[in-house]
Design a protein around this ligand. Structure first.
Ligand SMILES: Cc1cc2nc3c(=O)[nH]c(=O)nc-3n(C[C@H](O)[C@H](O)[C@H](O)COP(=O)(O)O)c2cc1C
Length: 180
């Protein structure tokens, strides 16, 4: 089994694309293949001590899932299955995709929802990311002046994705014992 579990939700595939960009940078012993949460069980996720999880924000600041008019189930339906998972001792890094131009009042809110969920259950969350370089009015993903994880906007700033991803992986490398 790989050391790090990599799980994502998606509606139109961009969050999967980023998961694959992450996986590509590491060998199979280090990083598991990216798994869509609509095909994952709680046990799949709970077995990892190290986790990278990704989500887009859909609806009005919501997790992807049926309520946000996604075609398939996603984080909205998966989180309740994780209700009793103890995240104590787990290290979690989160990345989120959103659209700061289209949704400036709820930019990346779903990343904030995932963060609250795992933090409440004892996870050590790493990879807080500066808000400089983004223009938005409000985000539930900002805590103490920083995003709780990597903020990506493939709708408006896709050219920055590779560079942001590299910097963020450097940022979490020590906590995840990664060689880059
Ligand atoms: C119907 C709809 C609602 C959205 N709502 C939000 C939102 O509330 N906040 C946000 O930051 N982005 C929002 N977005 C932008 C998506 O998060 C963004 O396009 C993302 O890259 C989609 O990722 P995916 O391809 O993995 O589904 C919305 C997009 C759509 C189509």
């Amino acid at each position: 089994m790989a050391r790090i579990g990599l799980f994502f939700g998606t509606n139109t595939g961009k969050t999967r694309k980023v998961a694959k960009m992450i996986k590509k940078r590491f060998d199979d012993d280090t990083m598991a293949d990216a798994l869509n949460v609509n095909r994952a069980t709680a046990e799949d996720l709970a077995q990892y001590q190290y986790l990278i999880i990704g989500t887009p924000t859909l609806g009005d600041g919501e997790l992807p899932g049926l309520s946000a008019d996604c075609e398939n189930e996603s984080w909205e339906e998966f989180l309740p299955q994780l209700q009793d998972v103890d995240f104590t001792g787990k290290t979690v890094a989160i990345y989120g995709l959103g659209d700061q131009v289209g949704y400036p009042d709820e930019f990346l809110d779903a990343m904030g929802i995932l963060h609250a969920f795992v933090a409440e259950r004892g996870a050590k969350v790493v990879g807080a990311w500066p808000t400089e370089g983004y223009e938005f009015k409000h985000s539930e993903a900002v805590v103490d002046g920083k995003f709780v994880g990597l903020a990506l906007d493939l709708d408006n700033q896709s050219g920055l994705t590779e560079e942001r991803l590299s910097s963020w992986l450097q940022l979490i490398a020590a906590d995840f014992d990664l060689t880059l």
